[in-house]
Design a protein around this ligand. Structure first.
Ligand code: HEM
Ligand code: CU
Length: 545
């Protein structure tokens, strides 16, 4: 039995309850934007709802799931009891208190500022304090992950850390770096403004600090999906990971490349010059490298599995794969969504084309496809893979059938929702807008497509609820005598290459991150001291002052 069993379960359940509630809000939002008349549809409710939905999906679902999964990996991949379990519970408690504080503030109507921290619009301070507590809780997790790896290394001198744990620690390190931006923004700009201690903020600076966080945070969310691709999917398919070294390289490249690129979220902002934007666009293009490495390595790993199962010919191995296993199916479906979502991402990162899609529904559609789609479907698959260990019952044939149905529904729903949404964005539909005047002949044709999107949202909600039901079902009738087979991580065809210790640790990579960060962000941030921009008057959504 896992020592951290209840700990992992507690984290995952907080994540998935937030997810289910947020899915319900998401469908209502789609409905409000459509020509069909939604109940309670007024702008106040809409922005309250988008704030609750965005913050629950982007901060609560992700952070809690990543922490829970990290604890699971630390215990199972390192094959030793979790250390500092008390500290882990303290981090969990901080996170739960913070999330509740934020949610209560949102539903009291004093935080309808959306999930991005963009002053001068400012929420009640409790909203920000709540989210800071969630982040502080996650820092405890980071420390435990790093300590667990260190302990294992001391006990196993000279051996490479198992890939799943290597990646988890890379994620923890990346998260520590990336939360620095938003933390500085909150502590020095947003929270003082929210309390009414300052009445004007340099919004150029705050947007820059937020952009520091805003790109690597999406890789923080993505890492569990990639960990599953490399260490769980090849095993589930009955094959071998093609190359362990490729996995390590991928995770290190994400750590190094994803931090100095956040300014691509500010392409349309006036406070930076085109030169800085060009540098960051160039660095952003590099992030495609680890993505492509992964697609190739996982395809090669699946080819090994397919051929071992008797598949022949150019594509025969694809048909021979065990698609009835949820992890294999989810990986295939995640790649389909990655194909469309990645293509859209290339448009976003191109400075010129970005102008066409900026602040349109294209952007919202893009990140639902890749984040809500590719990433979250792998969260589902991971949950299905680890739940038997947590809940004490193996999945039977009925479970497996329902799990597959749920994964298919999620993919279909996501494509039905996001493909028209992209198209509407290209035609100028604004994001973050509650109502459209469908009597306007210029946009009347949007209506039917928004309704199609809404239908996709309904399918997603059905899938989300089925997901929760599938997990609950695994809790039932846990046999006291059931000893779950330990989860096996994939073995690699090409095991880790022997590299000098300095490359295998994180020290060198962090120096590189620092150098790149200073190159990309040093001067753009310093210029606010040299050459401050006019400050904007703080606007309180509600709250003191
Ligand atoms: C049931 C499925 C879902 C539906 C129907 C849905 C729908 C929506 C809608 C209509 C919006 C508001 C868009 C706007 O006003 O521009 C929105 C925003 C958002 N969604 Fe979803 N969503 C779903 C699932 C997800 C998932 C799974 C994630 C990520 C894990 C996610 C993350 C977000 C975020 C972060 C925002 C805030 C965007 C902003 O503030 O501009 N959603 N969603
Ligand atoms: Cu980004």
């Amino acid at each position: 039995m896992l020592r951290g069993r209840t700990l992992v379960l507690a984290h995952c359940w907080v994540a998935f309850v937030a997810f289910a509630a947020a899915s319900l809000l998401g469908v209502w939002q789609m409905w409000v934007r459509s020509p069909l008349h939604a109940p309670y549809a007024d702008p106040e409710n809409y922005f309250l709802s988008v704030t609750a939905h965005g913050a629950s999906m982007a901060y609560v679902l992700t952070t809690f799931f990543i922490m829970g999964f990290g604890y699971f990996v630390a215990e199972t991949a390192l094959n030793r009891p979790l250390l500092a379990v008390r500290w882990a519970w303290a981090g969990f408690a901080l996170g739960v208190i913070g999330a509740l504080l934020a949610v209560v503030t949102i539903f009291s109507g004093r935080a309808s500022v959306l999930y991005t921290f963009y002053p001068p619009i400012t929420a009640s301070p409790f909203f920000y304090i709540g989210l800071v507590l969630v982040v502080v809780g996650s820092w405890i997790w980071c420390a435990i992950m790093i300590a667990a790896m260190g302990q294992w290394k001391r006990a196993n001198p000279g051996l490479p850390v198992p890939l799943a744990m290597f990646a988890t620690v890379a994620n923890a390190v990346m998260w520590l770096w990336t939360t620095a931006g938003v933390t500085v923004e909150l502590l020095f700009q947003v929270i003082p403004a929210a309390f009414g201690w300052t009445d004007a903020v340099d919004v150029g600076l705050s947007r820059t600090l937020f952009s520091w966080t805003l790109h690597a945070i999406v890789y923080f969310w993505l890492f569990p999906a990639y960990i599953a691709f490399y260490t769980m999917a090849p095993e589930a398919a009955g094959g071998r990971l093609y190359s362990d070294t490729m996995g390590r390289l991928t995770f290190v490249l994400f750590l190094v490349y994803s931090l100095p690129v956040g300014m691509h979220h500010l392409f349309m902002d006036p406070e930076h010059s085109t030169g800085f934007k060009f540098v960051q666009m160039f660095l952003t293009a590099l992030v495609t490298v680890p993505t492509l490495l992964t697609v190739l390595t996982i395809s090669a790993s699946f080819e090994i599995a397919g051929r071992l199962r008797g598949g022949t010919g150019l594509f025969g191995w694809i048909r021979a794969l065990p698609w009835d296993r949820p992890m294999v199916l989810a990986t295939g479906l995640a790649f389909v969504m990655l194909f469309f979502g990645g293509g859209g991402g290339l448009v976003n990162m191109s400075y010129g084309m970005n102008a066409l899609v900026h602040n349109t529904s294209w952007v919202t559609a893009h990140f639902h496809l890749i984040f809500g789609g590719t990433v979250v479907i792998m969260y589902f698959a991971i949950a299905y893979a680890i739940w038997p260990q947590l809940a004490g019952r193996p999945a039977d044939l009925i479970d497996l059938r329902r799990q597959r149905a749920q994964l298919w529904l999620w993919t279909i729903g996501m494509l039905v929702m996001t493909l028209p949404w992209h198209w509407l964005g290209l035609n100028g539909q604004w994001r973050r807008v509650a109502h459209f005047d469908y009597t306007d002949p210029l946009i009347a044709w949007w209506g039917p497509w928004v309704v199609v999107s809404l239908a996709g949202g309904v399918i997603l909600l059905a899938s989300g609820l089925l997901f929760v039901a599938n997990l609950v079902r695994l809790h039932g009738a846990a046999g006291a005598d059931f000893q779950p087979a330990p989860l096996r991580y994939a073995l690699a065809l090409h095991p880790p290459t022997r590299v000098p210790a300095s490359l295998n640790g994180f020290a060198l990579w962090n120096v590189l991150v620092l150098v790149l960060m200073l190159a990309a962000y040093g001067w753009p941030i310093a210029q606010f001291a040299v050459n401050p921009s006019p400050k904007a008057i703080v606007h309180h959504v509600d709250g003191p002052g």
